[in-house]
Design a protein around this ligand. Sequence first.
Ligand SMILES: CC(C)[C@H](C(=O)O)[C@@H](O)C(=O)O
Ligand code: SF4
Length: 484
Amino acid sequence: MTARTLYDKLWDDHVVHTEEDGTAILYIDRHLVHEVTSPQAFEGLREAGRKVWRVSSVVATADHNTPTTGWERGYDGIEDPISKEQITTLDANIRANGAAAFFPFMHKRQGIVHVIGPENGATLPGMTVVCGDSHTSTHGAFGALAHGIGTSEVEHVLATQTLLAKKAKNMLIRVNGQTAPGVTAKDIVLAIIGKIGTAGGTGYTIEFAGDAIRALSMEGRMTVCNMAIEAGARAGLVAVDDKTVEYVKGRLLSPGTDSATGKFVGGPEWDQAVGYWRTLHSDEGAKFDTVVELNAAEILPQVTWGTSPEMVLGIDGRVPDPDKEKDANKRGAIERALTYMGLEPNKALADIRVDKVFIGSCTNSRIEDMREAAAVVKKLGQKVAGNVKQALVVPGSGLVKQQAEAEGLDKIFTAAGFEWREPGCSMCLAMNADRLEPGERCASTSNRNFEGRQGNGGRTHLVSPAMAAAAAVHGHFVDVRRFV
Ligand SMILES: CC(C)[C@H](C(=O)O)[C@@H](O)C(=O)O
Ligand code: SF4
């Protein structure tokens, strides 16, 4: 048999039918649902008099519109009427249609859809996972074929359990060697995007491999796959290994978990699943259409300076000078970005002062991210700098919040002057009460920095949790390798 990539295997195992022009029908195993992209889909279903095809594939939560304060007031704490309507509509739709699991607003397992999926064993190796959300690529960290879909496709999957798709090309990104202490998964993926550009992965499914990827925890791998979409690829993948299996073991919806006690009991279903999962890697000699290599040792803590994730440099860098750019298009893009960002050419990135800090989002709100940020705050032993108006720490889910509190991380943050919030998408995008005001500059652990992303006129610099924590305390960007 010919050697296949991991992507080839996942595709072959789910394709139901292929037309001559390559259009295929894929079977979907897991459908994650949130409040923003599901209302019209459920309405369409209702109008057509159809039912959800496989209720047990649906796992839902509210995240984008949920407030991160005021939970003591319950649903009355959702100030914005549109947000409130989105959230109550999701509640009603799931009540009417059912789901394998639903973590509504304020449920102890509620959180960002890309955090709660893996956390609850809703995301498993070998699955096809879709959600009406572009960062569904996150789940590829488990060796699952996962990507975002549009609202009309959400309806299609609800109705038929299948999706029309065309196979992408195979790209391998190998990150060789080891990163320096203080250089994290976020820095790796920003460096990748800096190298290949935001269109570099267009038309591909990217498999991330190499020693530096293998060395990452599942949380770190999720951070990398999360931003595959920012590199232009709809899906990112990491091969299954011991860490994958260990992470999945004993999760709420995982095979081998006793549903009454929530404890791992194993059994034939678990053994069979693990046996299959162990096959989920690219075969020796499998052919990739494109291979990109990076040396992990050369990756510095990254900071974006512009309005696209590819506008990124190591912390020792300086804001680019458009006059030095020969290509007129690129020069124009740099000029526009600098004007919007309010930055002077040649300014050292370490001299950029920030007004706000946001530690959260589906890229960096898992327990490991909370630990990394808290470790820096503890090490520095100082408070949030006077010029920083607000520093938010927003855990990705209720379970992350609970775990962080059990470890005392919340105390480290609040003692230093950070705000410790309830879980949700928060300041990643301006769809709830957390946002930047015009002209405000933010060190953010999220994944997008286009104009207005965090609020009209807001200026976003994408960084790792450790870098964001250090920027909060110093009031400007600093090389976090000095503190680890
Ligand atoms: C609201 C949703 C459709 C959107 C996405 O698809 O990514 C959001 O999560 C984002 O990050 O911009
Ligand atoms: S945290 Fe941000 S990127 Fe992730 S799903 Fe929410 S809005 Fe989208």
